[in-house]
Design a protein around this ligand. Structure first.
Ligand code: NOJ
Length: 557
């Protein structure tokens, strides 16, 4: 299928809604320095894979997970300087070139904004722990001991625990107080009620916006504010220290929307910018309530649903009920924290077929899709035993702390079938995916039946069809178990998606009013002649087959 011509970076107001965002984990995309770790030049040199050339995938934006200096305890989510680039990834000039080259191809650039916490070697923390007076005194959440235990050790100020296992407070002998951390002890939480935090973070955001950044992905944004009195959370029954608390006081505070509005106003100073917040430990209702114009929220309803038409339909109904027609959701099936979907859903299933069927969901449901690098090839997770884990919480997993080793979703991008997959010339920081020799960009580019070719065709159809990138959504109730169907429509464009999520070939029957419309089976997962709808309303779908049908009248316009 033809790719649209190279577009200039347009400042159109709705790219955050109609576009597709491609998530890059910079360590794992492409290494140009030969140290086994991906870098910014590696990303720049592969931008044509994403946009701007006839063989490009055809996405609209890239989101880079953190590229800032960091000791790496949480692989970049522990930042020691917000205003510069980690030399591990390159230079300031490399970053500016990446932004310019992305914009030249019509790609927006979204950076990760990790401001719930800093690294414990950030200069703000070093100053804050040294003195209870001065500009950084209240930059973090400090608390006096609630007393001492039998052995004379200080007891933390309240019962909060860390999401990464263990207590949520760490004793600091330098300051003689505890500091709070939602994640690792090397990640002290900022105090967002300190005016200095707001001033310094917003100045930093303005700095990146001035360098051409088009938006921010806000890490765990609903945890920025904590209870001003640092009250203990109520306890409840649960399987882990975290779930045994009702998290009333360590996140989701009533003044969060006002803080978000302040941060939004900063982003809005430059037109055409957006934010997307990562909802931390919350349900789809909260995600919907916190979403706003130009501010998307990740909810994980679909990602956590099982691969069946029944489970997916329930998840979609919950999502639609929560968002309603006026709020705009995101669509996320994998990311750097979760098992890749072909591994999560794929037991016993044909990997390519599953990847294509899931692509249909990702790219035709209502909401902004976030495509995780490698998804477009059907790359599976890698196996990394806990004893070899790099992911820090995985290293401390134990009886009261179960953790999924996130290394498994972060394997290097396979570009070719060569040793090192042309990701690196040396030893990659994580193992390559097991089928990298055959499942890689070069091989799939050469194969018109590949997962990559399907993603490209589907992205092109999505771009050409307003119903698919902007339309309202309605699920179509189906009598045949295993079949998921939904419609999308705008005033002058209509689409119908029918998917068999099951392992058996099926015949489904669509309601007569839908069957009476004239549909063009524009794209199918199983080859060049996708199944159509018979006059009787019947449609035959093989296992894991999906079809995107476009209304003929609308198509012609
Ligand atoms: C969410 C990020 O996605 C994850 O990778 C990180 O470990 C935590 N936030 C802490 O920053």
């Amino acid at each position: 299928m033809m790719q649209p011509p190279v577009r200039q970076s347009d400042e159109g107001p709705t790219w955050w809604k109609t576009g597709v965002v491609y998530q890059i984990y910079p360590r794992s995309f492409a290494d140009t320095t030969g140290d086994g770790v991906g870098d910014l030049e590696g990303i720049t040199s592969h931008l044509d894979h994403l946009s701007g050339s006839p063989s490009s995938l055809g996405v609209d934006a890239i989101w880079l997970t953190p590229i800032y200096p960091s000791p790496g305890h949480d692989l970049g989510y522990d930042i020691s300087d917000y205003a510069s680039v980690d030399p591990l990834f390159g230079t300031e000039a490399n970053f500016d070139r990446l932004v310019a080259e992305a914009h030249r191809r019509g790609l927006k650039v979204i950076l990760d904004l990790v401001v719930n916490h800093t690294s414990d070697v950030h200069s703000w923390f070093t100053a804050s722990r040294r003195s209870r007076a001065g500009p950084y005194a209240n930059r973090y959440l400090w608390g006096d001991p609630a007393g001492t235990d039998r052995s004379g050790r200080p007891i933390p100020p309240n019962n909060w625990v860390s999401f990464f296992g263990g207590p949520g407070w760490e004793w600091d002998p330098i300051r003689g107080q505890f500091y709070e951390h939602t994640f690792l002890e090397q990640q002290p939480d900022l105090n967002w009620r300190d005016p200095g935090t707001r001033a310094d973070v917003t100045a930093m955001m303005r700095g990146w916006l001035a360098r051409g950044v088009d938006g921010f992905r806000m890490d765990v944004f609903n945890a920025f504010l904590k209870d001003p009195e640092l009250r203990s959370n109520p306890v409840r029954r649960g399987r882990s220290a975290w779930t045994r608390q009702l998290h009333l006081h360590d996140k989701d505070q009533p003044d969060l929307p006002a803080l978000l509005a302040e941060l939004r106003a900063v982003v809005d100073e430059a037109p055409g910018r957006m934010t997307v917040g990562e909802l931390f430990d919350g349900d789809v209702g909260r995600a919907a309530r916190l979403s706003a114009e130009r501010h998307l929220v990740f909810d994980f309803e679909l990602l956590q649903a099982g691969w069946s038409a029944a489970a997916m339909s329930r998840a979609l109904d919950r999502r639609e009920a929560a968002y309603g027609p006026d709020r705009w959701p995101t669509v996320v099936l994998s990311n750097h924290d979760q098992p890749r979907y072909v591994s999560r859903w794929g037991t016993g299933l044909d990997r390519d077929a599953l990847a294509r069927a899931a692509a249909v969901l990702l790219l035709t449901l209502r909401g902004t899709p976030f495509l995780y690098y490698g998804e477009e090839l059907g790359v599976p997770g890698i196996v990394v035993p806990n004893e070899d884990a790099i992911d820090p919480p995985a290293r401390r997993a134990g009886p009261d702390f179960a953790w999924w080793n996130r290394d498994q979703a972060r394997a290097p991008m396979p570009w070719t079938g060569d040793p090192g997959a042309s990701f690196t010339t040396s030893r990659p920081w994580l193992p390559l995916s097991p089928d990298a020799a055959t499942r890689n960009v070069a091989a799939q580019r050469a194969d018109p039946r590949s997962v990559l070719a399907f993603y490209r065709a589907l992205l092109a159809l999505r771009r050409a069809t307003p119903a698919l990138h902007a339309g309202a959504y309605a699920r179509v109730a189906m009598r045949t178990p295993g079949i998921l169907a939904f419609r999308r429509r705008t005033a002058d464009s209509r689409a119908l998606v029918v998917l068999n999520l099951g392992r058996r070939d099926l015949t489904a029957t669509l309601a007569s009013d839908i069957a009476a419309e004239t549909w063009d089976p524009a794209l199918g997962t199983h080859g060049s002649s996708p199944p159509g709808i018979a006059r009787s309303g019947r449609i035959n779908l093989r296992a894991l087959e999906g079809v995107v049908l476009v209304a003929l009248d609308a198509h012609a316009r």
